[in-house]
Design a binder for this molecule. Sequence first.
Ligand code: 26V
Length: 799
Amino acid sequence: MFTNKEEFKENFLKKLEMMCGKSFGESTKRDHYFTLGNMVREYVSTNWINTNERYRTAREKQVYYLSIEFLLGRLLHHNLLNLGLVDVVKKGLEDLGIDLYELEEIEPDAGLGNGGLGRLAACFMDSLASLNFPGHGCGIRYKHGLFEQKIVDGYQVELPEQWLRHGHVWEVRRADLAIEVPFWGNVETKMENGKLVFRHEHTEKITAVPYDLPIAGFQTETVNTLRLWNAEPSPYPIHQDILTYKRETESVSEFLYPDDTHDRGKILRLKQQYFLVSASIRSIIRSFRKQVGDLYSLSQHIAIHINDTHPVLAIPELMRVLLDEEDMSWNDAWEITINTISYTNHTTLSEALEKWPVRIFQPLLPRIYMIVEEINERFCRLLWDQYPGDWQHIERMAIIAHHEIKMAHLALVGSYSVNGVAALHTEILKIREMNNFYQIFPQKFNNKTNGITHRRWLLKANPLLAKLITEGIGDKWIREPERLCMLAQFKEDFSFLEQLSRVKQHNKRRLADRITMQTGMSINTESIFDIQVKRLHAYKRQLLNILHVMYLYNRLKEDSTFQMHPRTFIFGAKASPGYYYAKKIIKLIHTVADKVNKDVRTNERLKVVFLENYRVSLAEEIFPSADISEQISTASKEASGTGNMKFMMNGAITVGTLDGANIEMKEKAGADNIFIFGLPAEQVLNYDQNGGYHSMEYYYHDKRIRQVMDQLTNGFFPDSDNEFEPIFDSLLIENDQYFVLRDFDSYSAIQAQAGKVYENQNQWRKMSLMNIAGSGYFSSDRTIKEYAKDIWNINPGHY
Ligand code: 26V
C-alpha cells in the first residue's frame, strides 16, 4: 500500500480520482475524507483476512460479545493511530494542502448507544484487538443512532440522527452471509420416529444482513470483526401488502430504543433483541460447524457474552438450535448452553430491569416462549427441592411470574458467570439485589471493574499529555498502562508539574474556543472548569449540582465578603425522550445559566454552560480540559461509571460520592487526591429499606436549601410560571428519593474545599498528577484480561 509520505500522496491522488470521479482540483473535503477512509480500510484488509484465517484454522477458543449498543464514535483517527499511520498521513495531506483534523471532523459519530454500557462495549472491542484476543462483537446496524439533541428555549428537542447519510466507509456488506429470522406464526408439535419434534410455521421472516467493521488493534496485526446486523425484507414475503411489509421489516434496525410506552414500541424492541440474538447465534454456530464441527464441544471452543439482559434470548435461542436443529436431548443442550453463556449486569435500579409481558412475548416468539417456559419449570422444581413449600420464595425467583418474563432471572439461571461492573456494585448484587440467586449459585458471581481504552481517551484525546508522560517515563506505558504509576516520582518536581498545568491550560483554551463558537460566550480559562457530562438521570443528580450553583449565586449576590475562585460549571447530557423529569432538569440548568451568565455583578466569577448534543467526539474534547470531575450519584445507584475514569486519566480531580468505581479510584489515586462527600451506600440502602429520611427537615433547618428551593417557584426566574414545580414536589412532597437535600451540605462543603485547594496551584497539580498516576488500573486492557482469564478462558494470539 504505502510506506512513506510520497507513496501515500501518489496513492491518495489516484484513489481520489477513481472513487470520486473528479480531479483533485474539483474535489471537496468530503471527497478527501471518503478517499482516505477507503484507503485506510483497504490498508487493514490484508491483516483482516489473515486474522480471520487464523480464527478459522487455529482452533483457539473465541469469544462473541453480544450487545444491543456499540457507541463507537469516530473511527478515522482511531484507525490511523492503531495502524501507526498518523504521521505519514498527516504530513502527506499537509503537502497537498489538506488538514487531517478537518477531515476527521467530517466523520459522523457512530452513535449506536446511549451511554456507558455502549461505550464500554466499544472500549472492549479496542482492547480485545489490541491484546490479540480472538474476540468478535455482534450488534445492530441502526439506521439512526441516538437522537441529535438541539436546545430550543432551554428545552431539549430530539432530531433523528443521520450517520449513514453519506455512507459509512468502514463497513463491508456481507449479503452472502445473510440469515432469516422468523417471527409470529405457530408451533406444530409432531411425533417423528418416536420423538417429539417442533416446527415453527407460518412465520414472518426478516432477513438479517451482516455489515462487518474491521477492528484494528493498536500496533498489532490482529484485526477483529464487529458484525452489525441490518434488517431487510426477506425475498419470500408472506401474503401481505409489500410496502407495509418492507416498512415493518426495516423498522427493526431503524432506531436505537424505539419509544416503548406503547405495545407497538414494545414489540419492536423485543423484535430487535431476538433479531440480534438469533442472527448472531446462528452465524456463530454456522462458522463453528465449519471450523470444529462437534457441537457437543461448543463450550470448549466458544464463549458467548451478553452485555446486560437485552441479548438474554441468546439462552433460549441456543437451546432451540441445539434441540430442534441438532436434535440434542434437553439435558445435553442445557449443559452446553450454561457452559457457553456469561452475563454482565449493569444496574440495580429496579425500573431498569427488563420484564416482558407474556401477552407480547408468546405470540411474537412462540417456540422461544415454550423453551423459556420449560427452563422456568425445571428451575422452579430445583427451587422446590431447596425450599420445599416456600411458594413465595419460589415465585419471587421464578423466571415467569405474574404473566411476565424476568430477563435478569433468565440470565442468572442460564449462564455460568454473572458479573457486576465495580466492587461495590458486585457486593450489592450478592448481598442484596440478587442475594436469593447468590444463595443458590454463589460460584457464578464475580466482579469485573470497568475500564476505558487509554488509547482513545488519553493517547488520542490528549496528545499533549501523552507526550509529556512519555517524556517523563518513556513510552512503555502505552502498551502497559499500569506503568502510569511511575509518574508519582514527579510529584515534587516543580517543572514537571508546571508543564502538566500548561497542557491543561492548552486543553481548556480549546474547549473555551468551542464554547465561544457555539454559544457566543467568552470563557475565562483561569476559572475552574467544573464539569458534569453523562446521561441525564435523577440518580446521577445533575440537580444537586445546579442547586449548588444557585446557592453560590445567592451567596455572591448577598455576601460581599464571600470569596471564591472563579468557576465555569459545564454540563452535557441527553435526557431520554420520554423522561419528563430529566427534561425539566435540562430546562432548569438553562434557566439558571441564563440568569447567572447575564448578571454582571457575578459573571466574572460564576458561569454556567450547557454543551448541546453530548456525544463521543465532543467528550474527547471535554475530558482533557476538566479541572473538576463531578461524579455525584446517590451512593449505591451508579453501578460503576466510566466517565469518572476518563476524567481521572486526564488529570481532573473528582468531586464524588463513595459510589461505583469512585471507591476504587480513591484507592488508586490516594484518599488525599479526591474530594469525597455524601452518604455512604450502606446508609442509603438502609434508608431505602427502613425509611427515616424526611427531606422537609432539611428544607426547614438549612436556609441555603430553603432559599434555592423557594426560588424554584417564587418568580425568581422570570417567566418560568410553574415550570419547576415538579422538581420542587419531587424533593419535598415526594421526599427526595435520591437524597439531594440530604447531601447538599456536605456537597457544598467539599466544593468550597476544592475551590480553596485550587488556589494552591502546586498542591492541585500534585493531586492531578497522582490521579493520572493511579489511572492505569482503569484501562480496559486490564478489564479485558480479567474477563479473558476468569470468565471466557481465552488466550491472546502471538505476534
Ligand atoms: C437505564 C434506565 C432506563 C429506564 C429508566 C431508568 C434507567 C436506569 C438505568 C439504566 C441503565 C441501564 C444499564 C446501563 O447503561 N448501565 C450503565 O453501565 C455502565 C457500564 O457498565 C456503568 O458504568 C454505569 O454505571 C451504568 O449505569
